[in-house]
Design a protein around this ligand. Structure first.
Ligand code: FBP
Length: 545
C-alpha cells in the first residue's frame, strides 16, 4: 500500500534542462589531463586518457537505433538513484522505443555473476521519485580484475548491451574508468559511463558541481538536528553529540552546520590543517560547554564528522603505517589470538605510531585493525566517535570542576545520523538532478562515448538552464596508496578551508556557540513555493555565488 504522499510523488515529472527536451548535438571542448600524476595515468589509460569535455547543444532530429543498456548501482545508497535509472530508461526509449534496460543486481556482483533483471516500464514506474536503491540493490565489490571484466563481458554480449552505466561514488567511478579502458583496449565495443553519486559530497570538481544524494541527505539530517535543538532548547538539560556520515570529507557536517547553526561543529580538514591532537579537539568542545555553562546554559549540540579520527594527524600517520603493515602481514596477524592483537601491533609499529595506538581507547584501536572495505577504507561508520568525545569532554570538565574552574552540569546524549538519510525520498533538487544525469547518460551512450561521467552543471539556476554533457573520468584521477600499493583513483574533494562555505561557517561559529542561534529547518517539502521546495544546499549556493 502507498501513502497519499507516495502516490502524489510518483506522478511528479522531474524537470530537465531545456537543451535535453529537443534534438541534441554534441559539442567537443578542449582535450583534458588528469588532476595529478599525468604521465602515470596516461600510461594506465592509453585508450581513454585526454578525451575532450563534452556539452550537449541544440541539434537536428535524427532517427536513433534501439539501444540495449545495462545499469549497476554501486556503493552506499544515496537519494535519487531510482531517478537516474528512470532518466536512462526514458532517454533510451526516447531515442528508440525498442531500446531495453537491464539492471545488474546487488552492485558489481550482478555483472560478474550474471544476476540481472530487465527493467520494464511497469517496474520503472513503481520507483520513480522514490528513495533507496532497492530496485536492483547495491554492493561494494571492487571491479579490478580482468577475470571479473571478462565474466561481465559474456553477459553484456549475450544481452546485446551496448553500454553499461555505473552509478557510484569516487571508488565506483574509478571502477567504471578501469572497465571502460579495458573494454576499449579489448575492442569489445562495450561503452562504460559513470554517474556521480554519494551523500558524502566528496565527488565534485569543476565539471561535477555536486554528487547526487548530498542535497536530500543533508536536508534530512538537518531536519533531525533542528528537532533535537528545539528539544534541547526546551528542556535545557542535555548536550547532544551528533555524529554525521561522511567517510572522509566533512561536507555533510559543514552543510548541516550551515543549515542548523549548532553550538559546535568539528570540521576534520581544519583539525588536520591545525595539526590538532584528540586532546585538542576535546578541549575545544569543553571550552564551549564551559562558556555556555557560565551563562547558565547546560545544553547544546555538537556535530561530529564521521571521518574525524582519520584526520587527526597522529592517527592518520598511524593508519597509514597500519595499512602497509596489515597488507604485508595479513596471514601472520590473522593467527594472533584476539587478546594479544593489541600488543602484537604495538610491538611491530614505529615508536611514535605505537604510542598513538596505545593511547587510543580499546574499541577505537581495535576498529583500526579490522578489515578494510573492498576499496581499502577504514570503516569509520563503526567507530563511536560521538561517545568517545563526550566521555573525554566529561573527564576534562570533571577536572576543571575539581580545580574550581567549572560549575555546570554536563549530561550527554548520543546520535549517529547516516542510514536515516541515505534512502530518503529525493528532494525536488535530487529528483530533477538525478533524472537529468540519467537522461544525459543515455545521450552519451547514443553518441558512442565511453569512459565519461555524466555531467549536469549550472545547478543553482533553474533546471531549464542546466548544462548537460560529459567529463572524461581520467581527468579526475590521481595515484593513491591502497592496500599497500599505488592505485589510480578519483581524487576526493575535501572541504576547502579557503572556500566560501567554510568561511561562512568560521565567521559565525563563535556567535552560534555563545548565543543560542539554533535554526529548525523542518522537513523537506515537495509541493509549494519554489523558495521552499527547490532550494539547493547552502554549500552549492555559496560555492556558486
Ligand atoms: P559511498 O562513498 O559509497 O557513497 O558511501 C558513503 C557512505 O554512506 C559513508 O558516508 C559511510 O561511511 C559509508 O557509506 C557506510 O558504508 P556501509 O553502508 O557499507 O556501511
Amino acid at each position: 500500500m502507498k501513502s497519499n504522499l507516495q502516490i502524489a510523488r510518483a506522478a511528479y515529472q522531474p524537470k530537465l534542462p531545456a537543451v535535453l527536451k529537443g534534438a541534441t548535438a554534441l559539442q567537443e571542448g578542449q582535450a583534458t589531463q588528469s588532476v595529478a600524476n599525468q604521465e602515470d595515468i596516461q600510461k594506465l589509460f592509453p585508450n581513454t586518457y585526454g578525451m575532450p569535455l563534452l556539452k550537449f547543444v541544440q541539434g537536428t532530429a535524427k532517427a536513433g537505433e534501439p539501444l540495449n543498456v545495462g545499469v549497476i548501482l554501486s556503493g552506499g545508497q544515496a537519494p535519487g538513484g531510482h531517478n537516474v535509472i528512470s532518466g536512462i530508461f526514458d532517454g533510451i526509449k526516447n531515442i528508440n522505443k525498442d531500446s531495453r534496460l537491464f539492471g545488474f543486481k546487488m552492485g558489481p556482483d550482478g555483472l560478474i555473476n550474471h544476476d540481472y533483471i530487465e527493467l520494464t516500464s511497469d517496474i520503472i514506474d513503481e520507483y520513480r521519485n522514490t528513495g533507496g536503491f532497492d530496485i536492483i540493490g547495491s554492493g561494494r565489490t571492487k571491479l579490478e580484475k580482468t577475470e571479473q571484466f571478462d565474466k561481465g563481458l559474456i553477459i553484456l554480449k549475450k544481452l546485446g548491451i551496448k553500454a553499461l552505466v555505473i552509478i557510484g561514488g569516487d571508488d565506483s567511478n574509478t571502477n567504471a574508468c578501469v572497465l571502460a579502458e579495458y573494454y576499449a583496449a579489448q575492442k569489445t565495443g562495450v561503452q562504460v559511463i559513470g554517474c556521480p553519486k554519494t551523500i558524502d559530497g566528496d565527488l565534485k570538481n569543476q565539471m561535477i558541481e555536486t554528487s547526487f544524494g548530498f542535497d536530500t541527505a543533508c536536508k534530512t539530517y538537518s531536519e533531525m538536528i533542528g528537532n533535537i535543538q528545539r528539544d534541547c532548547n526546551s528542556s535545557r538539560k542535555y548536550w547532544h553529540f551528533i555524529k554525521l556520515m561522511g567517510r572522509s570529507a566533512s561536507h555533510i557536517a559543514l552543510e548541516c552546520a550551515l543549515q542548523t547553526q549548532p553550538s559546535y561543529c568539528i570540521i576534520s580538514e581544519e583539525v588536520e590543517k591545525n595539526n590538532m591532537s584528540l586532546a585538542d579537539v576535546v578541549e575545544g568542545i569543553a571550552k564551549v560547554v564551559k562558556q555556555r555553562a557560565d551563562k547558565g546554559w547546560n545544553f547544546g549540540t555538537v556535530l561530529i564528522p564521521e571521518g574525524l579520527i582519520e584526520f587527526i594527524p597522529a592517527v592518520k600517520s598511524l593508519i597509514s603505517e597500519l595499512n602497509e603493515f596489515l597488507a604485508a602481514n595479513a596471514d601472520e596477524f590473522a593467527k594472533v589470538a584476539k587478546d594479544s592483537q593489541r600488543d602484537f601491533i604495538i610491538e611491530h609499529l614505529s615508536k611514535e605510531n605505537a604510542a598513538t595506538y596505545a593511547s587510543l581507547p580499546l574499541g577505537v584501536a581495535r576498529q583500526l585493525t579490522l578489515d578494510r572495505d573492498p576499496h581499502g577504507n577504514v570503516q569509520v561508520s563503526l567507530i563511536e566517535t560521538e561517545k568517545l568525545l563526550s566521555e573525554m569532554v566529561g573527564n576534562v570538565l570533571a577536572q576543571w570542576k575539581k580545580e574550581g574552574n567549572y560549575n555546570g552540569k554536563f549530561a550527554a546524549m548520543h546520535h549517529f545520523f547516516g542510514y536515516e538519510g541515505r534512502c530518503a525520498a529525493p528532494s525536488n533538487f535530487d529528483a530533477d538532478y538525478c533524472y537529468s544525469l540519467g537522461y544525459t547518460a543515455s545521450l552519451l551512450i547514443q553518441s558512442g562515448k565511453t569512459g565519461y561521467m555524466s555531467s549536469v552543471r549550472n545547478l543553482t539556476a533553474p533546471a531549464e538552464q542546466w548544462i548537460a554533457g560529459g567529463v572524461p573520468i581520467t581527468m579526475m584521477m590521481n595515484l593513491e596508496r591502497r592496500h599497500g600499493e599505488w592505485k589510480p583513483v578519483i581524487q576526493k574533494a575535501l572541504v576547502e578551508l579557503d572556500g566560501k562555505p567554510f568561511k561562512k561557517f568560521a565567521e559565525n561559529r563563535q556567535n552560534w556557540a555563545l548565543n543560542t542561534e539554533f535554526v529548525y529547518p523542518g522537513p523537506i517539502q515537495y509541493f509549494g513555493p519554489s523558495e521552499v521546495c527547490d532550494q539547493t544546499t547552502k554549500t552549492l549556493a555559496l560555492e556558486q555565488a
